[in-house]
Design a protein around this ligand. Structure first.
Ligand code: AKG
Length: 383
C-alpha cells in the first residue's frame, strides 16, 4: 500500500486514537476498499506525536462494510503504512424479549455492559472536546458558591467527530430499533450532562416529549454514564408513567441559567397543564422510583414520556459525565408547540424543510437503522 494516491475516501475525520489497539492490515485484497481516494491532505494543525509519526483517523464510508475506522501512520507522505482497527459496532448480545417487554411496560430498561470500553473512550474524548468547544446552545445549568457546576450541551454531534462516529457506527440505533420494535430509526439529537465533583444540583422531575419538537410514543433515549454512578446519584424513573396521558405543569429548564445567557429556550406549560407535576421526592416509594448502580458500558433506555429526574447530589469527590442520544421510531412526527420547546428545533427544522406532521428525516435527523436492512452488527467484517 505504498502508493496511496488513488481511490475515494468520501468522509474522513481527524481524531485521537491514543487508546486504540491497532493491528496491521497486511492483506488488503478483499476488494472492499478498492473504490476510495484521499480527498484531502493532512491538516498542518494536526499534532505531531513524534518527529516522524503522524496519526490520523479515517472513517471510510463504504457500501459493503458500512464504516471502518482506520489509523494510518506514515513517516513521509508517500511511504504509507497502514494499521487498522475495525471499530466494533456489534451488539454484544441479543436484546431479549423480556427487556423489550420491560421497556414497553415500565418505559425504561437497564442494559448492562452493552457498550464496550472503546465506545466509552470515544465518547469520553468527544465529551472532553465538547466541553472545550461548546455549541451556541450549551450552558451551565447550575453553579454553586464552591464553583461546582452542571454543564449541559445539546445537538453538538455535527461538530464532534466522536459523537458522529458513535451515532452512525455504534449499535445504539439498533438497540433503539429493537426496543421500539421499529421498522426504522432516525437519530434525533444528543445531549450531555456533566457534573463537576460534588455538585449537588439534581435534575428536576420531568417528561421529555412535552418539551420536544417531536410527538410520538416511539422514542428512545439512551442514557450512558461515562463514569461509574451510584443508584442514589443516577437518573431515576417512575415506571409506567409513560402510559399516563396527564399533562403536567413542568419545569422551565430555561430558568437554569446562573450566567445569564441570552437566547435560552423557554417553556411555559401553565396554559395547557391539567395539574402540577407530583412531588415525587416527597414519597419515592409511592411512585416506585427506580434507578440503578451503573458502570461505564451500561445504559438505561427510556421512553420520552416517562417521568424522570433526581440525578445528581454527588458525593464530595464524585463527578458525573453522561452522554445521551435520542432516537425516533415509526410514529414520531414533527410538532411545534405554542408553550415553547426545549431544545427548540423548530427554526432549524423549518430551514431543512420539515413541517409539523412530517416524519423527521433530512441530514439533520438521519435514518441510521432499518429492520429490513442487514444490521450493522452483522455486516461489519472483522479483518
Ligand atoms: O442526566 C440528567 O441529569 C438528566 C437527563 C435527562 O433528563 C434526559 O436525558 O432526558
Amino acid at each position: 500500500m505504498d502508493d496511496w494516491t488513488t481511490g475515494r475516501l468520501d468522509d474522513w475525520t481527524i481524531g485521537r486514537l491514543d487508546d486504540w489497539t491497532t493491528g496491521r492490515l497486511d492483506d488488503w485484497t478483499t476488494g472492499r476498499l478498492d473504490d476510495w481516494t484521499i480527498v484531502d491532505s493532512l491538516p498542518q494543525s494536526y499534532p505531531i506525536r513524534s518527529p516522524v509519526l503522524y496519526q490520523i483517523h479515517v472513517v471510510l464510508n463504504y457500501s459493503i462494510s458500512p464504516s471502518i475506522s482506520v489509523s494510518y501512520q506514515w513517516s513521509n507522505p508517500t511511504a504509507l503504512r497502514i494499521q487498522e482497527k475495525v471499530m466494533a459496532s456489534k451488539c454484544p448480545r441479543e436484546i431479549s424479549s423480556e427487556e423489550i417487554d420491560t421497556y414497553h411496560r415500565d418505559g425504561v430498561v437497564l442494559l448492562e455492559s452493552i457498550f464496550d470500553s472503546q465506545w466509552i473512550d470515544v465518547l469520553t474524548r468527544g465529551l472532553d472536546r465538547n466541553c472545550e468547544n461548546p455549541t451556541h446552545r450549551a450552558r451551565t445549568w447550575d453553579r454553586d458558591a464552591q464553583g461546582r457546576t452542571m454543564f449541559w450541551d445539546s445537538q453538538a454531534w455535527q461538530g464532534i467527530e466522536e459523537y458522529k462516529h458513535f451515532i452512525f457506527e455504534s449499535h445504539a440505533a439498533e438497540l433503539a430499533g429493537k426496543l421500539l420494535k421499529a421498522s426504522e430509526i432516525n437519530f434525533f439529537f444528543d445531549a450531555v450532562f456533566v457534573r463537576s465533583p460534588g455538585t449537588q444540583f439534581s435534575t428536576p422531575w420531568h417528561q421529555d416529549e412535552p418539551y420536544w419538537t417531536i410527538e410520538g410514543y416511539d422514542t428512545c433515549t439512551i442514557w450512558m454514564p461515562l463514569v461509574p454512578v451510584k443508584k442514589k446519584n443516577a437518573l431515576a424513573f417512575v415506571p409506567g408513567s409513560h402510559l399516563s396521558h396527564q399533562v403536567f405543569d413542568q419545569y422551565n429548564f430555561g430558568e437554569l441559567n446562573p450566567d445569564g445567557k441570552s437566547d435560552v429556550d423557554q417553556v411555559n406549560f401553565t396554559g395547557i397543564a391539567e395539574e402540577s407535576i407530583p412531588d415525587i421526592d416527597a414519597d419515592p416509594e409511592k411512585y416506585n422510583v427506580t434507578s440503578w448502580d451503573m458502570q461505564p458500558g451500561d445504559c438505561v433506555a427510556f421512553n420520552s414520556r416517562i417521568l424522570h429526574g433526581g440525578s445528581g447530589k454527588l458525593d464530595e469527590h464524585q463527578e458525573l459525565k453522561v452522554f445521551t442520544s435520542k432516537w425516533l421510531g415509526d410514529d414520531a412526527r414533527v410538532k411545534f408547540r405554542e408553550c415553547g420547546m426545549d431544545p427548540d428545533h423548530s427554526a432549524i427544522m423549518t430551514e431543512y424543510g420539515l413541517k409539523p406532521g412530517d416524519r423527521p428525516g433530512t441530514d439533520l435527523y438521519p435514518k441510521i437503522w432499518s429492520s429490513t436492512s442487514k444490521s450493522k452488527s452483522s455486516s461489519i467484517t472483522e479483518y
